[in-house]
Design a protein around this ligand. Structure first.
Ligand code: HEM
Length: 405
């Protein structure tokens, strides 16, 4: 273990604050560590765990793509976010390995295929238009998070799942608890169960009156014995949570980023291919899942010339891997025309790669052009240092964003 790494990494949690003077950049300590040694051991939880930190793009991809690593959150050696973490139900398949992971994910893949998501595009465009019309009908400044960036993905995921949006305050609150890295293991489990309990009632109601939605299609799979009703409820809870805190934060942070780089706004106003490319660069640049992905080796494996032994944990801070200058030229710069932007790891890589990425991409590709087309004079209504960034969350974002136009 290198002394420098031990001294630099936060003692209680490995989620470090992004710098106050450059809140869209990763914490500088990671770049220093990457410079010293791309794969290094760090000390977390007051030294009770000493996982490897993997900071290079190529090594991060190698770990995420390797069957020698497990995602099982209670496997000994797994770098945990919270002490006392218990196993998640199998419907929260991101925390499980195959075959459970593959079986659970397989029940959903049809619903997240690009073709299916593309059919949702007109509906997403309509909701975008409605929300922007409502927001601009108010007297500014208004909170962009409350009026736009959170309700849009929340409405979309509710519609996809077949969950009534009226309960949004409840979902949004549980999702916020689930991504908080200061949330205790007990509160985390409670929020997960609260969501699943609500979903379980809904599964039963959908049996009587099925709709063209994911919960109804899962309920039908439960009827044929593939999965249980509890699995359906847990899968629904997992998606509801994953669909809320991610895209919402990405919309708000992308908006701030573009306002900070006004010369690049035309990059989101061009044709569909140009916009799609710009979105990939924003995903790379912002890398909102900044808690760091985590794995534990199930067998001895050599990554980047370093042997990681069975039972040793690994943290993969994807925000820093996505700023690796060996792979991305001028990696700290936003360049919406960057040729290899799409090779970012913002959605992860390998078997756990984000299931919702076609949906997140569709939302961002629709929303960002519309915001800047409709609101050419959009401004953040407070100085940058007054914006409350989500330093306390596994998924980075803003708590509020006052804007005027
Ligand atoms: C910009 C938005 C999003 C980002 C940056 C993002 C990022 C990620 C990342 C990094 C992972 C991999 C975790 C790991 O390897 O341990 C992941 C997994 C996952 N995401 Fe997303 N996500 C986004 C939006 C969504 C949405 C909208 C949904 C659902 C509607 C979703 C559902 C999931 C699911 C179910 C998994 C688990 C996949 C598995 O373990 O096989 N995500 N996401």
């Amino acid at each position: 273990m290198t002394g420098s790494a031990e001294g630099k990494v936060a003692p209680l949690s490995y989620v470090l604050d992004r710098p106050a003077n450059a809140p869209l950049d990763p914490p500088p300590v990671y770049a220093e560590l990457r410079e010293e040694s791309p794969i290094t051991r760090v000390s977390i939880w007051e030294g009770r765990l000493s996982p490897w930190l993997v900071t290079h793009w190529a090594d991060a991809r190698a770990v995420l793509g390797s069957p020698s690593f497990s995602s099982d959150i209670i496997r000994p050696g797994m770098p945990y976010y919270r002490e006392g973490t218990a196993q998640a139900p199998r419907g929260f398949f991101g925390s499980h390995d195959d075959p459970v992971h593959a079986m659970m994910r397989g029940t959903l893949t049809r619903n997240f295929m690009i073709k299916r998501i593309n059919e949702m595009r007109p509906g997403i465009a309509r909701l975008t238009d409605e929300l922007l019309t409502e927001m601009t009908g108010l007297n500014g400044p208004v909170d962009f998070v409350q009026h736009f960036s959170l309700p849009l993905p929340s409405l979309v995921i509710c519609e996809l799942l077949g969950v009534p949006y009226e309960k949004h305050a409840f979902f949004q609150e549980q999702s916020r608890i689930l991504v908080g890295y200061k949330t205790t293991a007990e509160d985390h489990a409670r929020a997960r169960q609260a969501l699943a309990a609500y979903l379980l009632q809904l599964v039963r109601a959908k049996r009587d009156t099925p709709g063209d939605d994911v919960i109804s299609s899962l309920a039908a799979q439960a009827d044929s014995g593939v999965i249980s009703d509890q699995d359906v409820a847990d899968l629904g809870a997992f998606l509801l949570f994953a669909g809320h805190e991610t895209t919402a934060n990405m919309i708000a942070l992308s908006t701030i980023t573009l306002l900070q780089h006004p010369d690049q706004i035309p990059g989101v106003l061009g044709g569909p291919d140009q916009v799609a490319h710009a979105v990939e660069e924003l995903l790379r640049y912002l890398s909102i899942v900044h808690g760091g992905l985590r794995r534990v080796a199930v067998e001895d494996v050599t990554i980047g010339g370093v042997t990681i032994r069975a039972g040793e944990g690994v943290i993969i801070p994807i925000h820093i891997a996505n700023r690796d200058p060996e792979f991305f030229t001028a990696a700290d710069d936003l360049d919406l025309e960057r040729a290899n932007a799409r090779q970012h790891l913002a959605f992860g890589y390998g078997i756990h790669q984000c299931l919702g990425q076609p949906l997140a991409r569709a939302e961002l590709q629709i929303v960002l052009p519309e915001i800047f087309r409709r609101l050419p004079d959009l401004k953040v209504a407070v100085p940058m240092e007054e914006i409350a960034f989500k330093q306390d969350s596994v998924v980075y974002g803003v708590h509020e964003l006052p804007v005027s136009w």
